[in-house]
Design a protein around this ligand. Sequence first.
Ligand code: HEM
Ligand SMILES: [Cu+2]
Length: 691
Amino acid sequence: MNNLDYGWLGKLNWDSLVFSGFLERPSVSEAVASVAGSIVILATVGILFLLTWFKVWGTLWRDWLTSTDHKRIGIMYIVFAIVMLVRGLLEGMVMRAQQAAAPEGFLYADHFAQLFSTHGTIMVFFVAVPFLVGLINFAMPLQIGARDVAFPVLNQISLAVTVSSGILLMVSLVVGQFSTGGWSAYPPYTGADFSPGVGPDYWIWAIVFSGAGTTLTGINFTVTVYKCRGPGMHLFRMPLFCWTVLCASILMIFAMPPLSVAALMLGLDRYLDFHFFTNDLGGNMMNYANLFWLFGHPEVYLLVLPAYGIFSEVFSTYSAKTLYGYKSLVIATMCIAILSFTVWLHHFFTMGQSPTINIAFGIATMLIAVPTGVKVYDWMATMYRGRIRFTTPMVYAIGFLILFVIGGLSGVILANPTVDFQVHNTLFLVAHFHNVLIPGVLFGILAGYNYWFPKAFGFRLNDKWGKRSAYLWFAGFMVTFFPLYGAGLLGMPRRSFSYADLTFKPYMIVAFIGAMIVLAALISLVIQFIVSIRDRKKTQVPVGDPWDGRSLEWNSPAPVPAYNFVEIPKVTDRDAFTEAKEHGEAYKRPKVYRDIELPKNNPLGFILCVVSGILMFALVWYIWWLALISALTILVAVIAATFRKETEYIIPASQLEKDTEAWLALVEKSEAVSRDLEDSPRNVGLAKLEI
Ligand code: HEM
Ligand SMILES: [Cu+2]
């Protein structure tokens, strides 16, 4: 059938609904799919109902959906990432259950394949990236003494396309099927010949749109770091987090486009019968493999570098010491960013190039261990002789240090082509990359969440439940993934929905128990959140500096006002806020109050979110008229937005004076607490000077 021959609804019909699968061939596998689809529908209806019931549409629209404030955009990114994290984790657990129950099992092969494809895609593109981008959005402009990112509306647009791509993935649970080609979607398998359904199209459009959002974010953050730093904030005075953000943002600019190109070329193959990656007519899938991993390897550093930044802040703050080896950490970060572009071929050592090439890329890969090692030593030296407090972020950070070294070492093992020939495509690899992604990225994210939460919302998260969750993550991770190293060495292939060799079974059962511990960790996170909200009166930190912070973001009330700082602090050294506190410069009244200009709300982001979602859906289902209308709408909306004349609003000096006087009065009457009282109700965010 010709692509243009489809009717008004394109490929859509009743059979596309997930429930029809269950009605036609009732089975546990179809039931699981139907339950997942129902959860999506019920949750959507439930949320819309609650929003209406509590009459919060107005504030939601004004304060959030149209906001251009980097802090609010950051928080929205994080909320989105948390929703996706829950889905991704549940999928991981279902897969673990399937492999533990195999060879009997309860899922069809195709269903299992969809699960690892969505799980991988979601975890990388819709959990790790947006969570980090959210934390960066929130903290980085504050740390460099800026009022916002360089391009606030662009920021909104990046969020919009990321969220609409995530929603598309949720929709794929209800209508049609997702790709079965894994997170890497290798052709020719994902080409039209072998995957004629809509699955790969869901993947392609979600990747293209969210990828564009991430590229734009990279540009936004890079320009922000270069151009928006406050007075005296030289590059080498920035907190290390900002350095890692700068390097990761540059990676976003250079690494995302190859992915977008690869996905679009795959789209051309599928939609317009091109032959870039087909088996015949001159196509060559190796071009895809190269483009994909030219993105794919820098991507993992794009994720882990900002996490390194968070850990650096955490180690230094909770050891009450300046970061050891700051310059070496900056240089190591840059080295890693550059080296990350020189190793991509290690993802296909077995796919036909000469041993010489394999060796070159193998050595390049091993080289990355050197700057990483430098970092590990610097972090340890930061803790050495520090007054360490075992708070939740610190538990994550120390857990990271222990586990990440193991994950890194298994990476060095895999970097050896001869070894890789043995264990590639086995669970050894799955163990390795989870071993770097979970301690490296997820722990970093959760540490950052616990660390900056009081700054964003004005009260601390419950430390007891936070730590419980951290320990459970630590244990759950080990029990789930260490057995996979063993099963991989025994030869169990990755992505297998079942197996005939029962030697694998005990490993899979242990891994399943581990996944249940991870579930307990997730539940603890939820409990922590609920308990913290319940106790929020006792954990308020309105003064804004609950951890005796060292960088500028702690130099403002909590929650942070829209304008961030009444007067941008002048920076004279590294650890700017600690400097200020020690020299009695903190909490000073500005000499004069001046009006502050801030970007106005803008509906563009919200419009693009909705319309790009419709566009993607129309493209997936071949509903050409709808695709055309939504594409034109996007064009018109963007052009119309450029005609807006008043893009800024003014906060008058009188208002600033009122706010600041109230804050300074609060500082005056608050008790400065020492670090041993950090977790007590007496900690209202004013730190006692302890030199
Ligand atoms: C702790 C909870 C998690 C569990 C139980 C889990 C489980 C799994 C399982 C069973 C697979 C399929 C393995 C196979 O190929 O046989 C998988 C694949 C994968 N996971 Fe996870 N995972 C978890 C967390 C994460 C996190 C946090 C990330 C990323 C930040 C992640 C990223 C991936 C990726 C990229 C794949 C590869 C998908 C593919 O083969 O295309 N996972 N995971
Ligand atoms: Cu790699």
